[in-house]
Structures are given as C-alpha cells and as structure tokens.
Design a protein. Structure first.
Length: 204
C-alpha cells in the first residue's frame, strides 16, 4: 500500500520545500527607496519588474548558472550587471563590495530602481545589500542585519559572509589603501585572506 505522504517518489516534505524555494525566489522586497532584494525568479518575472519600475538588475550567482538576461529586459530598458560568486563561506565577496556599493549608489542617485538578486535572495544578494547599507549609513553588521531582516525575513547570509561583513566594518567600508604609491589590502582584509589561504596579489 502506497504511503499517502509520497507522490511519485517525492515526500510531502520535499514537495513543500520545493514550493517554499519557488515562493522565496519569486518574492521581491523593497529594502529602502529604489532598492529591492529578490531571487532568480523575481529577476525573471517581467510583470513584477514592470510593476515596480525596476531598471537596473544586479546579479550575483555561480558562474555555471545562466543569469536571467531576457529579451524583455532590453525591451523594458533594464540594464544588468553580473558578478560570478558561489554561496560558500570562504568565497571572497569583500573584493567586490566596493564595486557593488558604487553601482547601487550610482543607480539610486540617478533615480533608478535597483534589484539585487542571487538564486534565492537569501545569502549572496543579501550580503551585498547589507554591505551597501553599512557603508551608506556608517553602521555595523548587526544594525544592517536587523534592518534587512525586518524588510525580508528570510534574509540569512551564510556564516562566512557574516564574518566578511564584520571585516568590511573593520576596514571602514573599503578594503584597499594607497601606501607609498602602491595599492595594498587593509590589514583586516589581509588578515582575513591569510586565514582563508588566499594568496594576496602582487602589490597587495
């Protein structure tokens, strides 16, 4: 006799998890004026993008996954930017915080609405938005985390990204400095890279 809790080899828990993942990825939350967080499905949902007037999409996903660069994006005048990063604790997001913060700030200053997304809108994209808020408001990781979770309750950067956000604060929102005419890593960032076995680039 078949178990009523299974359907075609799928358990009820598996089905519920798949549905939850779909709903989370599709959801779109406004974090602050002109700044939104979401998942892959949200970035692919043309109706949602149109209704919120989003005109800039910032993607952070693994390099082996295709980004939602749809023809409809071009037709709507949506500009996209992509950073290839995995959702792994040791993945270096600190190296792109400056660039992503600048992009978000630039587009918001132009009056554009920005969507930052990863696959689920839970870890990588949330980390980028928290880094931006920390720099924009001059606050630490706990304050940024509390604020973002208040807007998107499922926001939950992995433990490694939480550590990197603390390093970002220790670096005063910039991981490099000019020393004797050379660009070098600030000590908190250099120490973090050493702890992860990341070899510093020449001149760092």
């Amino acid at each position: 006799m078949s178990n009523p809790e299974t359907r075609g080899g799928l358990t009820k828990v598996m089905i519920e998890k798949a549905l939850w993942n779909c709903c989370v990825s599709l959801s779109l939350n406004e974090i602050m004026p002109n700044l939104y967080l979401g998942g892959y499905l949200a970035a692919s949902n043309i109706d949602s993008l149109r209704s919120t007037d989003i005109t800039f999409v910032l993607t952070i996903m693994s390099s082996d996954l295709s980004a939602p660069t749809l023809q409809e994006h071009l037709e709507l005048g949506i500009v996209t930017a992509r950073f290839n990063k995995d959702d792994k604790p040791a993945e270096d997001l600190l190296s792109i915080f400056g660039s992503t913060c600048d992009l978000i700030e630039e587009k918001r200053a132009e009056g554009k609405k920005v969507l930052v997304h990863c696959r689920m809108g839970i870890s990588r994209s949330v980390t980028l938005v928290m880094a931006y808020i920390m720099r924009a408001w001059g606050v630490g990781f706990p304050e940024a985390q509390l604020f973002v979770k208040g807007k998107r309750p499922m926001a939950s950067p992995n433990r490694g990204f939480c550590e990197q956000l603390r390093v970002w604060h220790a670096c005063e929102y910039g991981v490099e400095q000019i020393v004797e005419g050379e660009r070098r890593d600030k000590e908190p960032y250099a120490e973090w890279k050493r702890s992860k076995g990341i070899v510093a680039a020449e001149g760092s």
